[in-house]
Design a protein around this ligand. Sequence first.
Ligand SMILES: CCCCCCCCCCCC(=O)SCCNC(=O)CCNC(=O)[C@H](O)C(C)(C)COP(=O)(O)OP(=O)(O)OC[C@H]1O[C@@H](n2cnc3c(N)ncnc32)[C@H](O)[C@@H]1OP(=O)(O)O
Length: 187
Amino acid sequence: MTPPSGAAAAVRHPDAPAPGELLGSHYEHCFGCGGAQAHGLHLEVRAGEGVDVTAEFTVRPVHQGAPGLAHGGVLSTALDETMGSLGWLMHMIVVTGHLETDFVRPVPVGTVLHLSAAVTAVDGRKVFTRATGRIGGPEGPVAVRAEALFIKVDVEHFTDHGRDEEIQAAMADPDQVRRARAFEVNP
Ligand SMILES: CCCCCCCCCCCC(=O)SCCNC(=O)CCNC(=O)[C@H](O)C(C)(C)COP(=O)(O)OP(=O)(O)OC[C@H]1O[C@@H](n2cnc3c(N)ncnc32)[C@H](O)[C@@H]1OP(=O)(O)O
């Protein structure tokens, strides 16, 4: 998870969303951010000033592991989705290759998890990222943190491997921006 010495700093795409702007859901059926997923995380991700983002996730009863506490896998998903959204700031299609999570404090149901993530380095197709989730406010104590390696892929990654019925439905969407973002298309 340590970037090689020749790795470069991430470059913000000139057409990336402005700092403070909500990225919006990239795909309505995404478990991380989609509005059509009743039990999804409904993450709202906001662009930062560099290649960084912030997001909020409210833990609901459907996200429990132990009684009254968030499931660790769900928290990992929130971190994964937040870091994955960094690709949009570079206009790069990326998928998670490797994800490591530290669970530092239990996260009760009803908690708002304040997430922040940034790209630490880019090395060819490899995008190194880091994220934290805090409770009690954006400056509150760290409850979870993660590092992840994302790999740049082409749109064929999705069209070749995704189930045909969802691929066809996403491609038939008359909204061009939504259609592109469902596959995180690199313009
Ligand atoms: C608003 C919009 C936002 C959009 C918001 C989007 C949000 C999405 C958030 C969720 C993101 C996900 O969950 S994505 C879904 C979960 N992930 C997946 O399904 C990925 C499944 N895995 C794969 O398809 C594949 O393994 C790939 C694509 C990751 C890599 O395969 P490949 O394309 O053949 O590449 P490959 O040559 O193997 O690897 C390229 C380089 O990466 C390294 N590499 C590859 N995998 C790993 C690995 N696990 N750990 C370490 N290193 C790795 C290789 O060593 C190599 O380094 P070197 O030799 O070049 O040095």
